[in-house]
Design a protein around this ligand. Structure first.
Ligand SMILES: [Zn+2]
Length: 166
């Protein structure tokens, strides 16, 4: 099978794969539909197989604990970025890094009273929005940030969880 775009998601541990169905469904209906043209396939590193071809490829590298088995007890504001990309020789590389521990910390208040399934859904929404933000840098090859919405340099928990998108 050939796709225009193939995105491979790397989880830090096998137990994080429980997070994948929620994340995949958020990614498939995210703003990436405007960003990535043509057919897009989202897979995990385990689903990658020979013969899977695409014109363009991106890799998403998640860090930290995305199992959401237990609520976060860390109430401190995260230090360091939630997501980032790498600039090598003036090119923004097609790799997106997201730190799930920092995202969980940032969403502590929103996650603490929820069930595992709810926490997973909220984390999935937040992580997919960080991925949209970072993929925008890659696709546009620009490190500029907008004044509002997901393209701000610093997003708030409501930016990451808001239901409406425009
Ligand atoms: Zn940015």
């Amino acid at each position: 099978m050939a796709y225009d775009t193939l995105v491979v998601v790397y989880f830090p541990s096998p137990s994080c794969s429980a997070f994948w169905p929620a994340l995949k469904s958020e990614l498939e209906r995210s703003e990436t539909r405007k960003l990535l043209t043509g057919s897009v396939r989202w897979i995990t590193q385990d689903e990658f197989q020979k013969g899977l071809e695409s014109k363009r490829g991106y890799e998403i590298l998640l860090r930290g604990d995305c199992t959401m088995a237990a609520p976060s007890t860390n109430q401190k504001q995260p230090r360091g970025p939630l997501g980032w990309v790498l600039l090598v020789e003036d090119r923004i590389q097609p790799f997106v890094y997201v730190d799930c521990d920092r995202v969980r910390q940032m969403l502590y208040r929103d996650l603490r009273d929820k069930t595992t399934a709810e926490r997973r859904r909220l984390l999935a929404r937040a992580v997919s929005r960080i991925i949209v933000h970072e993929m925008t840098h890659i696709v546009t090859q620009s490190s500029r940030h907008g004044a509002s919405g997901l393209e701000k340099a610093r997003v708030s928990s409501s930016d990451l969880l808001a239901y409406t998108t425009d």
